[in-house]
Design a protein around this ligand. Structure first.
Ligand code: HEC
Length: 122
């Protein structure tokens, strides 16, 4: 029983370490770029509503639009305001839920901080 608790504790420490290294790598290394890192997140999580004719008030479909809105995007995602997901953090897991991982939020933040670089179009 006690051994089990220790193992869980170690696993927690290891995962925490891996996460820190990941975020640190993001902060130190090349900053994320729109085409490489940001577009896939926006396409998967935001463009369903944020498109021309969509229910959201502005589109996030183009590089230009995303760049213009970089600061707003970070503010809205960091607080969890966007993407909208009415079930709360205590709700059970759902299929296809709209949620950003901490890593995805960190990518968006690092991208905006770096001045929202576009990078190489793929
Ligand atoms: C289910 C549809 C939907 C999805 C998915 C969605 N949005 Fe929105 N978003 C809206 C609507 C509707 C509004 C305007 C109403 C409001 O501000 O609540 C909005 C407003 C915003 C705003 C303006 C907030 C402000 O403070 O004025 C930002 C920035 C934003 N969205 C970013 C995002 C990002 C980034 C994503 C993906 C991570 C995303 N949204 C996903 C529907 C959506």
């Amino acid at each position: 029983m006690q051994l089990w608790g220790k193992m869980v504790c170690w696993l927690g420490a290891i995962f925490f370490g891996v996460g820190l290294v990941g975020v640190w790598g993001l902060a130190q290394g090349q900053s994320p770029t729109y085409y490489q890192d940001v577009k896939p997140i926006l396409d998967a999580q935001c463009v369903g509503c944020h498109k021309t004719g969509g229910i959201a008030p502005f589109s996030l479909e183009t590089a230009q639009a995303a760049q213009d809105k970089a600061q707003l995007i970070v503010a809205a995602t960091a607080t969890g305001y966007m993407p909208p997901w009415p079930p709360g953090p205590d709700s059970p897991e759902f299929l296809n839920q709209r949620k950003l991982s901490e890593t995805q939020k960190a990518i968006l933040a690092a991208w905006a901080q770096a001045g929202a670089p576009l990078g190489q179009a793929k």
